[in-house]
Design a protein around this ligand. Structure first.
Ligand code: NAG
Ligand code: NAG
Length: 195
């Protein structure tokens, strides 16, 4: 049997957890004292799940590319899978697939071609958000992207700001690809668990 006193305590504990969750959401990005205080409150925090949906514009062609080749392997025969090629990127992330669609952040990092026999990219990319809700917060993608497959799944291995201690999954699906230039628009859906 549950005593009234215990019920009151449970309610109080839940209220505290809720209040803490609200306080945790307002995470500062840069002050180490506040980061420390945030960690001290963690034991009362609840997991949150955030779903994000956006389009990633990887432009290699034209006067203003956002993806540039920074390295390639010296091989006697040209690799059909571009094995050994590395591109550095600062790609815009937008709400919709059109380039003029509202900007929600950028994907900064690099990807390299790691498949000898079939195209596979190793992604090492930080998603940097600029919308009011997530401004300055980041999520980090580290994983394998077999870019010619319909759906690709990549791990979210961490985050900062609102997304501290994040873990999750990003799924990617190509929306547009120009075989000649390599320009691509990719639809991303991200599910991140954080506090
Ligand atoms: C995001 O943060 C930057 C730097 O702190 C600031 O200049 C900018 O106005 C902020 N943008 C929004 C939408 O809050
Ligand atoms: C791909 O890019 C080339 C070179 O810029 C262009 O001529 C062609 O129309 C593009 N194809 C598509 C499907 O956009």
């Amino acid at each position: 049997m549950v005593k009234p006193g215990l019920t009151a305590m449970v309610v109080a504990a839940l209220a505290l957890a809720l209040a803490t969750a609200v306080a945790l959401a307002c995470a500062e990005v840069d002050d180490p004292e506040k980061v420390n205080a945030w960690f001290n409150r963690l034991s009362h925090a609840e997991h949150k799940t955030t779903h994000l949906h956006f389009y990633f514009h990887d432009t290699l062609s034209g006067k203003n590319p956002t993806a540039v080749r920074i390295a390639e392997a010296t091989m006697t025969e040209k690799s059909p899978t571009l094995f050994g090629v590395v591109n550095m990127i600062d790609d815009p992330l937008t709400e919709g697939p059109e380039p003029e669609s509202p900007l929600i952040g950028r994907a900064q990092g690099f990807y390299g071609s790691v498949g000898l026999e079939s195209l596979a990219l190793h992604m090492n990319v930080n998603l940097v958000f600029t919308t009011p809700e997530y401004n300055g917060s980041t999520l980090s993608i580290l994983g394998r992207n077999p870019a010619l497959e319909t759906y690709r799944e990549m791990p979210i291995v961490g985050g900062t700001g609102v997304f501290r201690l994040a873990s999750g999954v990003a799924t990617a699906k190509t929306y547009f690809f120009n075989l000649t230039t390599g320009d691509a628009v990719v639809e991303y859906k991200v599910i991140a668990m954080h506090y």
